[in-house]
Each structure stands twice: as C-alpha cells, then as structure tokens.
Design a protein around this ligand. Sequence first.
Ligand code: F3S
Length: 62
Amino acid sequence: MKIVVDQSKCCGHARCNAFAPDLFELDDLGYVAVSEVEVPAGMEEAAQTGAGACPERAITIL
Ligand code: F3S
C-alpha cells in the first residue's frame, strides 16, 4: 500500500497528521511535507483514516 499526496491541493488542514502523524509529516507551516509514502505493515487503517479525513481530497491510497 502506498500513499500519494497532491501537495498542490493541500491547504494545511492537518487532519491527515492528526490521525496518522507518522505517515503524514507536516512542514513548518503545517502543510503536508510528503508526496509518496510506502505504508508499513500494520498502519494501513491509519493511512486510510488519515487520507479520508482530508477535506481537500489531496490524498490517494494506491
Ligand atoms: Fe493537507 Fe489535507 Fe493533510 S489539506 S495537511 S493533506 S488533511
């Protein structure tokens, strides 16, 4: 499972990070700082929850 973030859509809501801080790192301004992350085993549910929490639909799970 892989997370792909369209950083151009990120508005800094930080909801992804609230649900899965280890997967969705933020920069100093509060915008998501990652574009692609391989999801470690056991973190799939957190990845799905974090992705689904983004109101901008900036996160895709592959
Ligand atoms: Fe950005 Fe969405 Fe996360 S707007 S900080 S990717 S919740």
